[in-house]
Design a protein around this ligand. Structure first.
Ligand SMILES: [Zn+2]
Length: 412
């Protein structure tokens, strides 16, 4: 993890979309972004008429413009009328399995405002060295490496397929040797198609992981497995409960575990939505395909979302730490998930905190997730305030990753 702290990228100011061309020698100079409403990302009320002072890849100061003192000669960028928020952290993705394709995945993320991804269990060990590579314009990459499941012939063969507690411990030992960022375990029989990781097996996984100071995140489906995993010391839920409404016993278990993290990964709502914000951000043929599927589905298709939305609202009210996850490799999906979380009953501010600071804390990134002095200059400039309508996170006028301007994918 220490290597990632050296991810210092010289700001490519000459190509910045919203700033004047810098004088020579100013490439690592200071820029003051002033006049915006700033959402810090930690849940405090937004700062009106704020200034962000950026030097190279770092935030030097963030605060009300009247209190921020910029160095003489700093370049100034007027953001009056804009809202600035931290870049998003997507804590549940499945990125590509080769270095070349993964690099493309990681470069696409910032164009949609995502600074960081955590790949959850489908990565061969050969791509793990990519975590330490500083790729200009690319999102930070975290990985659980190979996840752990029972034999699932016909599904991906990347994960460990375990049958015994000895298998479970051996798998975790290999993962520890690879210094994965988390251990991922799937506890799901996929509708009765496969044997499921049993309580003795997941208990062995969690016990062995904790011996190595590794945390465990579980893909679950049922409430019963959720309870069993929490009793066994699970650290994070990679999905919400999906078979029934959570009960008081489960919520009491959640309240008793203040460090538990929930990655809701809500399913599609099954209703027609406005996709016009994607225009220009993806190939026309792909947008056409999405529009063809963009229909109101029967109530039976919509029910999984409604169930998981009710469970998310209850878990959030119980105080669980929620993070953002999209469970796939679609770079713009974070914006859809944020809307789905708000429609489930979380406030826009709660969802923004989940998608920024909470993600950084979950991934133990000390220098991202909020807009504060000393942090990485990873922020999104929005044309409208997402606290008024969470869909405004899609209206990106600029993105700055480590102080470097990135053109938003859907910029008009
Ligand atoms: Zn997943």
């Amino acid at each position: 993890m220490g290597l990632r702290k050296s991810l210092v990228v010289v700001a490519a100011l000459a190509t910045a979309a919203l700033v004047q061309a810098p004088a020579q020698g100013q490439e690592r100079g200071v820029t003051v972004f002033h006049g915006a409403t700033v959402i810090v990302g930690d849940g405090r009320p937004p700062i009106e008429n704020a200034s962000l002072v950026v030097e190279g890849a770092r935030l030097l100061q963030v605060g009300p413009s009247a209190q921020v003192r910029a160095p003489v000669g700093a370049r100034r960028v007027d953001l009056a009328g804009k809202t600035v928020m931290p870049m998003l952290i997507d804590a549940h993705v499945h990125t590509s399995a080769t270095a070349e394709a993964l690099t493309e995945d990681l470069k696409r993320r910032p164009t949609w405002g995502v600074s960081t991804v955590m790949s959850m269990g489908t990565d061969p060990f050969t791509v793990l060295p990519m975590r330490a590579r500083a790729i200009p314009g690319a999102a930070r990459y975290f990985s659980a490496g190979r996840g752990i499941t029972r034999p699932e012939p016909g599904r991906t063969t990347v994960p460990f397929w375990i049958n015994t507690e000895a298998d479970a411990r051996a798998a975790v030992n290999e993962l520890a040797g690879q210094k994965v960022d988390l251990v991922k375990v799937w506890v799901d029989d996929r509708g009765g198609m496969f044997p499921k990781v049993t309580p003795p097996l997941y208990t062995a996984v969690i016990d062995e992981a904790h011996k190595h100071q590794l945390r465990v995140s579980a893909h679950i489906f049922t409430l019963e497995d959720g309870k069993g995993l929490l009793r066994a010391g699970l650290d994070a839920l990679a999905h919400g409960v999906r078979d029934r409404d959570v009960d008081d016993e489960f919520l009491a278990m959640v309240r008793a575990r203040p460090n538990l993290v929930l990655n809701p990964n809500l399913p599609a709502r099954g209703v027609r939505t406005d996709l016009s914000w994607l225009a220009g951000g993806l190939p026309a043929a792909e947008l056409q395909r999405l529009e063809a599927e963009n229909t109101d589905r029967p109530a039976a298709v919509q029910e999984p979302y409604l169930l998981q939305a009710r469970n998310l609202a209850k878990m959030s009210a119980a105080g669980v730490k929620v993070v953002l996850g999209t469970d796939g490799n679609t770079p713009w999906q974070a914006h859809v998930e944020m809307e789905d979380m708000v429609l489930a009953g979380m406030t826009p501010m709660q969802v923004i905190v989940a998608s920024t600071r909470n993600g950084a804390e979950f991934l133990r990134i000390a220098d991202a997730g909020t807009l504060e002095a000393g942090k990485s200059a990873d922020f999104i400039v929005l044309d409208a305030n997402p606290l008024a309508d969470i869909k405004n996170t899609r209206r990106m006028s600029a993105v700055y990753l480590r102080g470097e301007a990135i053109k938003p994918a859907n910029a008009r």
